[in-house]
Design a binder for this molecule. Structure first.
Ligand SMILES: *Cc1c(COP(=O)(O)O)cnc(C)c1O
Length: 356
């Protein structure tokens, strides 16, 4: 990911349409009210009733035994990896996986494990690719202890892994003595788009997490889910890394509000993503990838502009998008984006292209 930063300096006009990321959402008034009303206690001791409720709800939703509230998705990934793996272990994941490209080398820095990036279209790989990456066990080979799957595949265009594929890959991993972990930053987008219940989507996973700060619209929070044993071991890493909190119930209440009110509406984000792709397909030189969820990637090469140039010029028109490669732009739909804003963005980008 070579993101261009979102420019908010005084030289820029006010932002009308912020498609830069689905992390750009702001808590709604109803979410803020729920946060203010939260019952709280000291989370580090297990005394925060609202955090406990969020953890119980997440374990039940995902069909697992236990859950752990953490400040961020990155910390969920790193704690899960530290819990599953030992120094020197090998993790198999897609070559564009967030754990490989976007977590500051934390897998090497914290666990001391290595990641082998597998190839495949749309951020995904198949059973043959996984089988080919599994080495015969020997004293030369690193112990392969973890399979990681990112649902949805962010750099893969927000693509949804089919539940059948996930189950097949998890079975292969388990047969080979590996654990399975899902980076579920946008897991609920995948479940809504595919019409698959979360517990069915993650049945093969030993651990998984969901981000509340993407399409679900909170300011802070992610929840890691797994067995009692796994979450017990993860607690030590939470403590070690400074992820233990105090009156975190105010944050957890925002997440509970999101579970109750912001899941079904992800379908609106997906419809807006399709609307955006359809609109952009009419702009000469722009080739959108087919969106499956709330991420819209498009190629700018035919416009004569790089992704960074298009993004700069769109920003000057009050429309923010991000970049992912020389000619690849990423636009995200989310809670704060309406269909009228999509039409506005298409017009602005069309004007930018026509002006070159
Ligand atoms: C955003 C994201 C993360 C990291 O989550 P944070 O809450 O920002 O730390 C991990 N994986 C994927 C696929 C993401 O999109």
């Amino acid at each position: 990911m070579d993101y261009t930063p979102l420019r908010m300096d005084a030289s820029q006009p006010p932002l009308r349409v912020n498609l830069y990321s689905d992390t750009q959402t702001r808590p709604t008034p109803a979410m803020k009210a729920a946060m203010l009303a939260a019952e709280v206690g000291d989370e580090q001791f297990g005394w925060d009733p609202t955090t406990n409720l969020l953890q119980e709800r997440m374990a039940a939703l995902m069909g697992k035994e236990a859950a752990l509230f953490l400040p961020s998705g990155t910390m969920c990934n790193q704690i899960a990896i530290a819990t599953h793996c030992r120094p020197g272990d090998e993790i198999l994941a897609h070559e564009t996986a967030h754990i490989l490209t976007s977590e500051g080398g934390a897998v090497g820095a914290i666990t001391g494990a290595q990641i082998t990036g597998l190839r495949g279209a749309r951020g995904q790989f198949d059973a043959d690719t996984l089988r080919a990456a599994i080495r015969p066990k020997s004293r030369y080979a690193p112990p392969q202890t973890l399979l990681e799957i990112e649902q949805t595949a962010n750099s893969g265009g927000g693509a949804v892994w089919k539940v059948e594929t996930i189950n097949q890959l998890c079975a292969i991993a388990h047969e080979n003595g590996m654990s399975t972990h899902m980076d579920g930053a946008r897991l609920m987008n995948a479940c809504v788009a595919a019409g698959v219940a979360p517990k069915d989507m993650v049945a093969g996973m030993d651990s998984l997490w969901l981000d509340f700060t993407k399409g679900l619209g909170t300011g802070v929070g992610a929840v890691l889910v797994g067995s009692h044993e796994f979450i017990g071991a993860a607690w030590r890493w939470k403590q070690r890394l400074g992820g233990s909190m105090r009156q975190s119930g105010m944050l957890a209440a925002g997440c509970i509000h999101a579970l109750d009110h912001h899941i079904d509406r992800l379908a609106d984000d997906h419809a807006n993503a399709k609307r955006l792709a359809r609109g952009l397909a009419q702009v000469p030189g722009i080739i959108p990838e087919e969106p499956e969820t709330n991420l819209v990637f498009f190629n700018t090469e035919g416009t004569g502009m790089t992704a960074a140039q298009l993004s700069d010029r769109a920003r000057a028109q009050g429309v923010a998008v991000s970049t992912n490669g020389r000619y690849r732009v990423r636009a995200c739909t989310h809670l704060d984006i309406t269909s009228a804003m999509i039409d506005d963005a298409v017009q602005a980008i069309g004007a930018v292209v026509n002006a070159t």
